[in-house]
Design a protein around this ligand. Structure first.
Ligand SMILES: [Zn+2]
Length: 153
């Protein structure tokens, strides 16, 4: 994913969620895409911290007008990657994020060309170039389609 976030105050490139490293601005960045990538494995967090992190980022993402998130959680039978993946799947299936997540697709369920893949890229064409590299699917990611921000809620 090649989302680019620009600082609205100094115009430099900056991370999507953190304050601007150049000028310290905390204003929302202007984004080049409505799909972003979030790496839950980064920093090798504990499972509960990774889920907390996801909750926080979901809220911020919706505020920023982001429509889809590619979650990177890794996979495998051992290690934190596998544990984070299982916890994320469980949380989604138990509707822990259902107020913010409209639909989700586990990476292994959307190999390039499959019917689930077709459905997904029809809804979010921006994911096409990203997903077509995974001919066999990618068990290390989950794709979240976010609920639009509901101002009446
Ligand atoms: Zn700045």
């Amino acid at each position: 994913m090649a989302e680019i976030a620009l600082c609205p105050e100094c115009g430099n490139m900056r991370p999507v969620f953190d304050q601007c490293p150049h000028c310290g601005s905390t204003e929302a960045p202007s984004l080049s895409a409505d799909t972003i990538e979030i790496n839950l494995k980064q920093g090798q967090p504990l499972v509960e911290d990774a889920l907390e992190n996801l909750t926080h980022h979901l809220r911020r993402s919706i505020d920023l007008g982001i429509k889809a998130i590619v979650l990177i959680h890794g996979y495998g039978s051992g290690g934190e990657g596998g544990q984070i993946k299982r916890a994320v799947h469980q949380a989604l299936e138990n509707n822990r994020y259902s107020d913010r997540v409209d639909e989700y697709y586990f990476g292994e369920q959307v190999p390039y060309g499959s019917s689930a893949y077709q459905l997904l890229v029809k809804r979010r064409p921006g994911l096409k170039s990203y997903l077509q590299q995974f001919k066999m699917g990618n068990p290390g990611i989950t794709i979240l389609l976010l609920r639009p921000y509901d101002r009446s809620a």
